[in-house]
Design a binder for this molecule. Sequence first.
Ligand code: ZN
Length: 65
Amino acid sequence: MALFFIDTEKKADAGHQIHREGCPHLPDKDQLYFVGSFATAKAAYEVSPLIYSPASCCPACATPA
Ligand SMILES: [Zn+2]
């Protein structure tokens, strides 16, 4: 299991990005919302739109495959 966070700031090209704990691209703490603990990034991705939408996975740490 890993902890996943979502960027509260919306990016024009990627929406709200989902990151795994420890990703070097994590935004500042005040721009992070804790999504939860999941086995895969795909699982985090499935619930993230309930929090912030549209959501996408950070290509560096949270590819949904
Ligand atoms: Zn990331």
